[in-house]
Design a protein around this ligand. Structure first.
Ligand code: NOJ
Ligand code: CA
Length: 716
């Protein structure tokens, strides 16, 4: 106790003196211009603030033990929290340390996303780099780097090359997050069979310690003072992924997903950990427009990415989930040449660049979830003429989207990896969806002789390496990726812009299955503040036949039809699926919205943001002057006042509105939708009425002049 309060006093002192050490170099925008400073700092602590001065980070050594703390507007966010490592067969690196050097630096640059939710991202931070060395005989070295932004911070450990630390095995990363209060948290459990695919629980963080619960990141929290925090990581490259374990005193502990032998990370120096990130916002919507995770990743390594093209796709997919088709061969086989041609024709007619076909290759017969090693990634079923279909699609300006379901048989997949991507590349297939269906710890690791060595988690270092290897291999073949049952996103799309989108949460498919009645209405009002802070999500929206009674009368989608449309805007993904069967779209007036909605944006604005209640997002098309609005609610009806101040002043626009009809509600009348047009401008305030479980989708395009006589005008 005394120990902790001592540290507190020290931190306050350091914070007060720190003002003098603060660098606030504001470099001109666009050019990366670092400003190194060699300001000496006392070896007991150092301090750095965000460019706007609101977030302060303090590093301190207390009796040789490293701690960090974070405050926002003078209030504690993270109280003194330990840093360090426990190794296998070596002394821990967490005590007897001294500061060798402490350096401040800063950067202010703007970079362009080749595709994304905004075109330009400002990367503006102040950095503190603390180099530590043991005072013991070993003199091992470790550097802790903090980067502090206006929207939060990241820190990581660097272990430089050195005599007494070369090959090492981490048994524990001791990073703590001592929260300043018992905040409300939205979380999914870690170390479970279904990986990340659980509904979020909302509870105070203390629940995590009572229940000895480890949870996945991003972990989003709201403090009693209405501050929003989200803990995650950036640039997970060759390390175990971090889960957070509850502990006493509102403390979360970094809990790395282990290898099957219990070791957490196997590495050699020089090595650096992923960034541990804490996003901080006064409004939940500002978490959504924080690009801190991307800023903490390396710039694009692929140079020319003109072959990377965001786009929408349809596919032989939902039909399998509702039992209209099978993945396996036989009478209901979905992946037939004839069926694929029908989907290609449909895609060409409505301008969708991609057609996904699952169940096209050998390996689906029998229990593929058990015998993933039977998957053959270059041999189609006999009734699927892949060469003919690729040519047929190309002639219509469409491409097949490839599919590699591995059944979590990773060794089998890696053995075929080059051939599998070369096969697709030669056919002109530029996008591949991968999948790793299997229990959370069901990845069979084998030695060179093919003998089983251990069962690995989907999210440990073994799989982090695998997922990265696939991204790099796909890039060499100029192929874009959509990963299901993935490793969580930590922003590597910045470095590898072919890593487009992924699953990693309960998507639409849960509505087709007999699992807890599908996704409840509030599910998609939580995702934008939690899973989606990590990056794009291939949720597969757009189901119009919400009951699919013909196929699975006991299952259904728990939204209105208008909400399905709104999800295209609310959920960001550079590859978005029009997931329903073509026959449910053909002739339906609401389908026009899915045809129109872009997947690549110039700008993104969050207009309403209440976690678990409602979200409204407006996005501007990257390739036109159009804006799109998506607004969704949970099971409650709402009317949301929405000023259109983001529109260009003095300009007239036509709003194409897809709204829940007055008699609509998700339970009994979900398909009732009003579609109409109206004139709007930047003074217009829309009242978005959302029915229980409902939503609203709007396209706003510049008026061409002829509409004034025929359309109503919505003003204030
Ligand atoms: C689970 C994926 O999420 C789904 O999209 C896919 O259809 C099946 N696995 C089969 O690969
Ligand atoms: Ca899945």
């Amino acid at each position: 106790m005394c120990h902790v309060s001592n540290i507190l006093i020290r931190l306050v002192l350091v914070a007060l003196c720190g003002a003098a050490l603060l660098v606030a170099c504001k470099a001109p925008e666009t050019a990366p211009t670092p400003h190194p400073t060699d300001t000496p700092v006392p070896d007991n602590g150092s301090h750095v603030s965000s460019p706007d001065g609101r977030i302060q980070v303090t590093f301190v050594l207390e009796g040789g033990v490293p701690y960090y703390a974070v405050s926002h507007s003078g209030e504690d966010v993270i109280k003194p929290s330990k840093l360090g490592f426990i190794f296998k067969d070596a002394e821990p690196l967490n005590q007897n340390l001294t500061v060798v050097e402490s350096k401040l630096d800063s950067l202010d640059e703007t970079w362009t996303q080749p595709w994304g939710e905004v075109e330009e991202i400002r990367n503006h931070y102040n950095e503190l780099r603390v180099s530590l060395e043991e005072t013991t005989e070993a003199h091992r070295k470790m550097t802790v780097v903090f980067r502090v932004y206006d929207d939060g911070l990241g820190f990581r450990y660097e272990l430089p090359e050195q005599d007494n630390l070369s090959d090492f095995q981490i048994m524990d990363e001791e990073t703590e997050f001592v929260l300043a209060g018992n905040h409300q948290a939205w979380w999914v459990p870690a170390y479970r069979d279904n990986r990340y695919e659980y509904l979020h629980t909302q509870s105070p963080v203390s629940f995590l310690s009572e229940d000895l619960q480890a949870v996945h990141t991003p972990l989003t929290m709201e403090t009693a003072d209405g501050l929003f925090l989200s803990i995650h990581e950036a640039n997970l490259t060759d390390y175990a992924s971090m889960t957070l374990a509850g502990s006493d005193n509102n403390t979360l502990l970094c809990d790395l997903v282990p290898w099957s032998d219990g070791v957490k990370v196997k590495a050699s120096t020089p090595h650096q950990t992923p960034w541990r990130t804490i996003q901080i916002a006064e409004n939940a919507g500002d978490l959504i427009t924080s690009y801190l995770i991307l800023n903490l990743n390396e710039p694009n390594k692929l140079e020319d990415v003109s072959w990377v093209k965001p786009g929408k796709y349809v596919g032989i997919w939902w039909g399998m989930h509702i039992d209209k088709y099978t993945w396996s061969s036989g009478a209901k086989h979905g992946a037939t040449t004839e069926n694929a041609k029908r989907y290609i024709d449909f895609a060409a007619k409505y301008g969708f660049p991609g057609v996904l076909v699952e169940g096209w290759n050998l390996g689906w017969d029998g229990d593929w979830t058990k015998y993933g090693k039977r998957f053959d990634f270059t041999t189609p079923y006999e009734d699927f003429a892949i060469e003919e279909l690729s040519a047929y699609a190309a002639a219509k300006g469409v491409a097949l989207v490839g599919h590699h379901e591995t059944g979590a048989a990773v060794v089998n997949y890696e053995q075929q990896l080059e051939d599998a991507f070369a096969f697709y590349r030669d056919l002109g297939i530029n996008t591949v969806k991968t999948g790793y269906v299997g229990w959370g710890q069901g990845i069979k690791r084998r030695n060179e002789k093919g003998n089983l060595v251990g069962l690995e988690w989907h999210h440990g270092q073994y799989m982090v390496r695998h997922y990265r290897k696939v991204v790099e291999t796909a890039a060499r073949y100029q192929i874009m990726l959509d990963v299901h049952e993935p490793i969580k996103d930590t922003g590597i799309r910045r470095t590898y812009p072919n890593m487009m989108t992924r699953e990693g949460a309960r998507g639409q498919e849960y509505n087709a299955w007999d699992v807890e009645g599908g996704n409840p209405p509030e599910h998609t009002t939580i995702l934008p503040f939690t899973r989606m802070l990590a990056g794009p999500f291939d949720f597969t929206p757009g189901i119009f036949d919400l009951f699919f009674e013909e196929y699975r009368p006991n299952n259904r989608v728990n939204t209105t039809l208008a909400k399905q449309l709104a999800l295209y805007v609310v959920i960001y993904s550079p590859l978005h699926m029009a997931a329903d069967l073509p026959e449910n779209y053909e002739g339906h007036p609401a389908f026009q919205f899915i045809v129109d909605v872009p997947v690549d944006w110039q700008d993104t604005k969050v207009l309403h943001a209440e976690i678990g209640d409602c979200v409204t997002i407006a996005r501007q098309d990257r390739n036109s002057e159009d804006w799109y609005i998506g607004s969704i609610t949970d099971e409650r009806e709402r009317t949301l006042e929405t000023p259109l101040t983001f529109l260009e002043a003095g300009k007239e626009y036509v709003a194409e509105i897809y709204a829940d009809a007055a008699d609509a509600d998700w339970e009994s009348n979900p398909s009732s939708i009003d579609i109409y047009e109206a004139l709007v401008d930047s003074n217009t305030v829309l009242n978005l009425r959302l029915t229980p479980g409902g939503g609203q989708a709007i396209r706003i395009r510049p008026a061409t002049g002829g509409e004034a006589n025929r359309l109503p005008r919505i003003s204030e």
